[in-house]
Design a protein around this ligand. Sequence first.
Ligand code: SAH
Length: 622
Amino acid sequence: MDTSCFNQFSPLAAIATHSQAARVLRPLSQDTDIQLWLPVSVEKQGNSKYYDNSLKEHLASIWAEHRAFIFCLATGAVVRLIAPLMQNKAEDPAIVVIDAQGDYVISLCSGHQGKADLLAQLIASQIGATAIITGASHSLSLPAVDTLGFTYGWRKGGGDWTGVMATVARQENVQVIQEAGSSLWQEHLPEKHSFYFGFPESQVEITPQARIWISPTKRKFAPQSDFPKVQWHPKVLWVGIGCERGTSRKLMEKAIDETCKTYHLATEAIAGIASISIKANETGLLEVCRRRNLAFKTFSASQLSQVDVPTPSEVVQQEVGTPSVAEAAAILAGGTLLVPKQIFKSETQSGAVTVAIAQAKVEYIGRTGRLYLIGIGPGNLGQITPAAQTAIIEADVVIGYSLYTNLIQSLKRSGQIIESSPITQEQQRAQRAITLAQWGLTVAVVSSGDCGIYGMAGLVLEELQATGWNGKNPRVQIFPGISALQSAASRVGAPLMHDFCAISLSDLLTPWSVILKRLTAAASGDFITALYNPRSQKRTQQIVTAQEILSQHRQPDTPVAIVHGAYREDEQVILTTLEKMLDHPIDMLTTVIIGNTTTRNYANWMITPRGYFERVKDESTI
Ligand code: SAH
């Protein structure tokens, strides 16, 4: 079962106080992740629930357990209702307000950390409204400093977040010193921004007004600092742990915290704990991981014994069959050893722990990635489904051929990564999308038309299969789009009213002999035939042969539609005949629809009879 884009906000309550507001919220309340609340005076709909006391009291009773609220109510009323309940921006739920006509969706509170900005954009795309977002980073098309790293699983460290964000809003110089973690966000900043990267020595002419540190190192900021600073900690540290059976969780936590402190490392930068397989059920270790939300990896003694470590131990070798647990496990999980083995014993508690820390090149996100395979329709935003639009808005990264990513440019969210590539690089695009999704990102791969018709969906699934994919991780969701044959048909009438087929004339990936066989079968089977990829600069002969083959089975005056760039700015629609079709321009952005033996032209419309009129005639002769 697919989860909806609202799942990340669940539990999510939508509140209407009268029937017009309930009507506006109805399309949203069909989503199982949204609970609609109505007063008893309004007719119940779907899975809606009634609140029977005052809205103020009701809100207070459900406030704490909800991540987000959608109000279809006057903004002023919402402000008064929520004011007594708001705490601070790290804890408050996302608050979104929709006007009673459903024209505007306002991100009111917790725009960044509570993701109300994203929620407003998702709702707006689903109900065809305009999102109103008033945050500074949004208006500058910049990623928000206080949520920047959440995409990559980074944890926030200390600092003056409000101060740094105000500096960004004033468009003053913000120095970024990034020592770890993905630099994708840097590579996709808009042309105009006030971040600069690196140390002051190399950029003496620029005076920083604020600083962002992105590293596993914990820095102490003096309270009287001259400008605001913050730190993000990408989860790159892997703590290797060896311990005596039954060592307490407290001693383990003490060992981890003290080691980090001694080496100036942030505990927030810890991705997980690594140990030996026989510790897979060690209670203390499991508790540390659960309490601190850390990953847990184990390796067999034979895997560990192959790792070169600075502090091997003969005693450990004799006990568990490898000369190192902590160092070797840290290296296997992380890569480069930062902190060699430290030993901790407690005077008061039983057990002993050894700790070593390694740093990974790539941060651990710790989420199941998603791949959204999306058909965007022929090219005009009006022809894309709301579900596809919403998925594009939700994605961390959008990948596609540059022509298509340009077509959906207006959907781009600030801070979203758009990776465009030239037309021929389908396989690279598919592999890139899979790599990012395996890492933990939500990746949208866009195709024109339908993604499963000569689009990217099949290729991505094939590539996934080649990696030994288990069908679940990354999660795949496919969003259909209007294919070229449908959009081309809609421009000329109803040519596809009877059995039809699509044939691509591109012999790049399909042998020409196979295409010939299918053309012949389509012609003799009297299928209405839609030709994709009909002619390129190099491939000019195929369309000529296709016309010859179809002419063997159909009359010269069989209607033919030639549609170039359907629903795009350069759209061109020609209605002609099989005999004359080659007299008209046909290129790679064209779809050619050849009628069957009953297709006719009437008043410049192409009609293929479904058979109703013939049936009436037959019945009347009985
Ligand atoms: N997945 C796409 C097809 C991609 S193959 C779909 O379902 O529509 C590319 C071919 O699609 C082009 O060579 C052209 O034949 C056709 N095509 C794509 N967009 C089109 C448009 N807007 N108008 C006419 N033909 C189009």
